[in-house]
Design a binder for this molecule. Structure first.
Ligand SMILES: [Zn+2]
Ligand SMILES: [Zn+2]
Length: 405
């Protein structure tokens, strides 16, 4: 009898959790027992909560059913980069790090653009990213490949119940704007509208320009599902691969790296070691040869007056990078503090990453490094002025701008 009651209560608890997860599809702040309780949940996949995420991936199969057309595939690629710019230039370099300023209206418009990426709300994104910088490659880091392994850092952490809530106390500078909180709370609205808009564009092309051979369903599968799924994995490559492949210029306390391939995929985010060393700069490519299309785009946007006050890389950081050359990985030397991590094992588990690294001759040197304790590494984030920056005055142009073209 007791076991029946026990089974019934477990089933009821599962049902209750599933019900909450379904409500979360539409209202991400719904937490009848408090968000803190959710944040203490174990690192397990919440399958019900992830159904929309699974549908996003499964939707790519629709492309097999409809076939393709040059316009649909071209749109898919273009939409990937337009929204990758939103991820990197807006969610990352504005909401997470405030590396430039804008007006309140401008901030809202940027948040709308960011919403089309289907990477949840701007406050959720900024909260998790700031946490990553504060605990990079430490046990608290939600997506460190050195602590949690490649797949968990790439995709697993985002499926976990504990990582769904936004801790608004950690993003007070953003949470004071109700319009941003609203977008963050109902973070599926913009993605759904985006999908409908892409489908609608396809309908218009099919109806009015049939010579293109593009249908509304091609546009939905290619233009929205394939493009968005690729965008998701492109973004996640920074969480996973950017701490595994590439070279280290700065002796940061984490294992962040610089990679040209990742920079091309993510419009400049691949200069991740640079960024971990100094997070307040608008650009991640610190030198003219480090391609950073996001920065170029933000520079163009600044000429329209929508944004201003792009923050430069201090000369002292540039000099430090020039002096230091490339430094070795901290992962191998500090393996005991990272559980059972082994770089050689990781390369076997992630052959793609290793192959890409070898192909670009950017594999980390094998010599064991010393994990440095430079206190300055995270200081610029900790010391980042909190609060809305609309009143900030434009700063001087970036010092080495002329060298960057
Ligand atoms: Zn990182
Ligand atoms: Zn960052």
């Amino acid at each position: 009898m007791a076991s029946i009651i026990s089974r019934a209560s477990r089933a009821a608890a599962r049902l209750r959790r599933a019900g909450i997860a379904i409500v979360h599809w539409f209202d991400t702040d719904y937490a009848p027992r408090g968000a803190d309780k959710l944040r203490t949940a174990p690192d397990q996949v919440d399958w019900v909560r992830c159904i929309p995420f699974i549908i996003l991936h499964a939707g790519c199969l629709g492309a097999l059913w409809t076939g393709w057309s040059p316009f649909a595939v071209g749109f898919s690629v273009a939409f990937y980069f337009v929204r990758m710019f939103a991820v990197t230039g807006i969610y990352h370099r504005y909401f997470s790090h405030k590396t430039y300023s804008t007006s309140r209206v401008g901030q809202f418009l940027l948040a709308l653009w960011g919403g089309t990426t289907v990477q949840r709300g701007p406050l959720w994104w900024a909260y998790h990213h700031r946490h990553h910088h504060q605990h990079s490659d430490e046990p608290e880091d939600a997506h460190s490949p050195h602590v949690h392994g490649f797949w968990w850092s790439h995709i697993g952490w985002i499926t976990c119940r504990r990582n769904f809530p936004t801790d608004y106390s950690k993003v007070r500078d953003l949470a004071k704007f109700p319009e941003l909180v609203l977008l963050n709370r109902f973070d599926t609205v913009i993605p759904i509208l985006t999908g409908i808009a892409v489908w609608g564009l396809g309908w218009m092309l099919e109806t009015f320009v049939p010579s293109l051979g593009t249908t509304k369903w091609q546009m939905l599968w290619w233009g929205f599902f394939v493009s968005t799924t690729a965008l998701f994995h492109g973004t996640c490559s920074i969480n996973s691969l950017a701490h595994l492949m590439g070279r280290r210029r700065f002796k940061t306390t984490d294992d962040s790296r610089n990679s040209l391939i990742l920079a091309l995929i993510t419009l400049g985010e691949g200069w991740h070691n640079n960024h971990h060393r100094y997070q307040s700069a608008t650009r991640n490519g610190f030198y003219w040869w480090e391609i950073d299309p996001t920065y170029y785009g933000l520079k163009l946007l600044s000429w329209t007056g929508l944004i201003w006050g792009l923050k430069p890389v201090p000369q002292s950081i540039l000099d430090e990078g020039s002096r230091g050359g490339h430094v070795t990985s901290v992962a191998q030397k500090s393996a005991p503090t990272h559980g059972d991590f082994s770089y050689a094992t990781l390369k076997r588990v992630v052959p793609t990453a290793a192959a890409m690294a070898v192909a670009t001759a950017t594999v980390a040197p094998a010599d064991a490094p010393v994990k440095t304790g430079s206190p300055a590494v995270h200081n610029d984030l900790a010391g980042r002025p909190q609060g809305y920056s609309a009143s900030a005055t434009p700063t001087a142009a970036y010092p080495s701008e002329t060298a960057c073209g």
